[in-house]
Write a protein that binds this ligand. Sequence first.
Ligand code: TYD
Ligand code: MG
Length: 455
Amino acid sequence: MARPITTFSCSECGASFPKWSGRCEACGAWNSITEDVPLSTGPKGKGLGSMRGQKVALTDLSARETPPPRTSSGLDELDRVLGGGLVPASAVLVGGDPGIGKSTLLLQAASAFANKGLKTFYISGEEASAQVRMRAARLGLENAPVKLGADTALRDILTTLDDERPDLVIIDSIQTMWSDTVDSAPGSVSQVRAAAHELTTFAKRRGAAVILVGHVTKEGQIAGPRVVEHMVDTVLYFEGERGHQFRILRAVKNRFGPADEIGVFEMTGGGLSEVSNPSALFMGERGQPSPGSVVFAGIEGTRPVLVEIQALVAPSPHSQARRSTVGWDGGRLATILAVLEARCGIPFAGLDVYLNVAGGMKVSEPAADLAVAAALLSAREDSALPADCVVFGEISLSGALRPVGQTENRLKEAAKLGFSSAIAPAGGKPGGDQGLRLMQMSDLTSFVGEVFGAG
Ligand code: TYD
Ligand code: MG
């Protein structure tokens, strides 16, 4: 029988190699390559033999189990993103850029949950207790019954938590945690993975909710392996543009509620305050209609949100025209420009194009296509759309407009905020009369003709 071939793999990135070397060729990490333990060949005969373990308890799909009792924090924006409150025995990862306000948010959440009767622990690996206390004093939360710890040694933290039996533990941040079972520096992929694993198992074992704070890399991913995202039940991103005071907490994964839900906060001198009517905020100051500005009726999670899309089109002084976007995908902008050129004969060559979503909001819905195209055309033609008009619809490569979901909710929100007309693709389900003048169009060419008076 042939001897099993020995293979080696990198503990940082998972690449495998036939030979050991000091540096991983795939990710460049030093001293991360280890020999793989060969897989066992399994039992020889039909039965499991010595490989026999315990039987797993099986139930039917119809088996009744009471839904997990959730605790609401009283902060509606946070509860909504969590799917209606915090679930016991669950693990939540909160990711975000450094300085965006994660520690502030979680300190506020800790005190809110503690005031609701949860036994809450806040473990800071980044700041000393005095610093956290200072922040708490600044936020007016110093009397909340939160237990504070400042440590990074995971074994000591877990020993403490095991004795204390908490309902909620906040770990700020997972990158500072250090497990002595893994032989690499804190913040490295294997440490982050090990620490996240130990903390999520603690959550399941003890029935506590664990919230992990994770830093985001320049590429916008939570530093450490994606595997941390798979280990936890809920992944939330805390986003916002620097220079804007608005912050958005977005659920990208939630085993206990809808994903794509957002909570909107405003960073003030006294911490984060909730914004319960985000539409008003993302529309900028609307007065006179201005060229290049279009209001998009979007949906974030279960909530309709109106957002202002702004475009600027100017002759380019360079041979290579600039395309710049904030809050919207650059590739998608290129696609829409190409469709406008190929299907409607409106060229943007030689023109610099800048596209912004107002208020630091990020929009990823395809339904924003038509609003983006409208903003681009309006900027290019220097002709404003009526100020009381909202736009939405997806553009296909053929130039056809595709209906989008939740047309009725979009129209309702627009009517509620005082808009009196809407441009939408033909075929959506507008529902009853919303009191809006609805213009439905089936392709981009008729939209251009109708709105800008050219074919
Ligand atoms: P922080 O929560 O420390 O961010 P993170 O944990 O994500 O790194 O927040 C840091 C920023 O928040 C800092 O630039 C100051 C600002 N801030 C306020 O504007 N108001 C406040 O009340 C607090 C506590 C912080
Ligand atoms: Mg912090």
